[in-house]
Write a protein that binds this ligand. Structure first.
Ligand code: NIG
Ligand code: FE
Length: 356
């Protein structure tokens, strides 16, 4: 799955157009200058695709002359942008269904199961990890996700983090180094040593394979100073910052993310007013992952509060074997609307433009 650039969706001359979609009942362009509202909605529309990218979108009546070698009448259907799943952990092996069953009987999620996946992932040959990754990415694509981010974070050694990122790059250029997911059991007696390893050799070896650096700054993960050090090391190595934070309890995640100028703070359930203000001030996107709250039976984040404060809200799957075993952005949108009070239009925007 490749990352695609923004569409040049303007009327004008087209060269070598390859496909025109006609008979579009309604199109969502995410460009307010092309249609109604933030979604840029237009009825009776047409779309031109050139070399796999959107070259033009607009009212059917304005379709540039001579556009398209091929035409496809979609029979009045809606056309929406591909989902942008900006948060997923797809390189792993093993199974955590027992942990899920225990949670449904009342056990609390505390990140402890990550170690189970780390052990299974380290033990798995590349072919097993690759087959699982390919299956999940195909499933995502079939359900409408055309851009996907993929994290490491279940290797937690220099070799295994590097291996997981190398595998992730089979599927996407949007890879994220998450060596600071938790302190793995083999480093339990020396957490400072593990943080030094992540900030040093691990970042050095993984940065060439990643675009982003991420840290789990929450109960069971890393504290504010450790998280800031991980993000600073990543930034020195050219990686843009993302943070898992404020998922399990109030804490420093939002503050650390805003201070580091992170692209996003992901989860965002337990935020103070100062946290929300800091995110708004820093232009840090709040990525909400309601399938994780669904699967951990936890409180959902307050999307309305974030949006009202001027924070950009993204929706993503958080696909992983522990807290959110789904690639379905349609499910994520449904949960955002049903459980978090987002309107369908807001949820669609957040699951496409928000993540982008
Ligand atoms: O985004 N909370 C931290 N990381 C993942 C879950 C990891 C796991 O439990 O395997 C998350 O929810
Ligand atoms: Fe996650």
């Amino acid at each position: 799955m490749a990352e695609t650039g923004p569409a040049e969706a303007r009327p004008g001359s087209l060269s070598g157009a390859s496909l025109v979609l006609t008979g579009i009942g309604e199109i969502v362009t995410n460009d307010p200058s092309l249609g109604e509202g933030r979604l840029g909605r237009l009825r009776r529309a047409a779309l031109v695709v050139e070399d796999g990218a959107v070259a033009w979108a607009g009212a059917a009546a304005d379709l540039p002359e001579g556009a398209g070698h091929e035409r496809l009448d979609v029979g009045g259907r809606a056309v929406v942008p591909g989902y942008v799943d900006s948060h997923a952990h797809l390189v792993f092996a093993g199974d955590r269904s027992e942990e899920f069953a225990a949670r449904m009987l009342g056990e609390r999620y505390d990140g402890g199961g990550i170690a189970t996946t780390v052990a299974a992932t380290r033990a798995a040959p590349d072919a097993v990890l690759a087959a699982n990754l390919d299956r999940l990415v195909s499933e995502a694509l079939e359900s409408g996700t055309t851009t996907i981010e993929c994290k490491s974070g279940y290797g937690l050694s220099v070799t295994d983090e590097e291996r997981c990122l190398r595998l992730a790059r089979r599927s996407t250029e949007l890879t994220t180094f998450l060596g600071a997911h938790v302190v793995p059991p083999d480093w339990a007696a020396d957490r400072d040593g593990y943080v030094r390893l992540v900030c040093g050799e691990m970042t050095e070896r993984c940065a060439p394979l990643a675009r982003f650096v991420d840290v789990f700054c929450d109960r069971g993960g890393f504290d504010a100073d450790e998280a800031a050090a991980v993000l600073a090391a990543g930034s020195l190595a050219g990686l843009a910052a993302k943070v898992h934070g404020n998922q399990l309890e109030p804490g420093p995640g939002a503050r650390v993310a805003a201070k580091a100028g992170a692209l996003s703070l992901d989860h965002c359930t337990h935020l103070s007013d100062a946290d929300v203000e800091a995110l708004a001030g820093a232009g840090t996107v709040a990525t909400l992952l309601p399938a994780a709250e669904f699967s951990t039976r936890s409180p959902y984040p307050d999307a309305r509060r974030l949006a009202s404060a001027g924070v950009t809200v993204a929706l993503a799957s958080d696909c992983n074997p522990g807290t959110s075993y789904t690639t379905s952005m349609a499910l994520v949108i449904a949960l955002a609307v049903r459980e978090m009070g987002m309107t369908p239009a807001e949820a669609l925007w957040s699951a496409t433009a928000g993540g982008a």
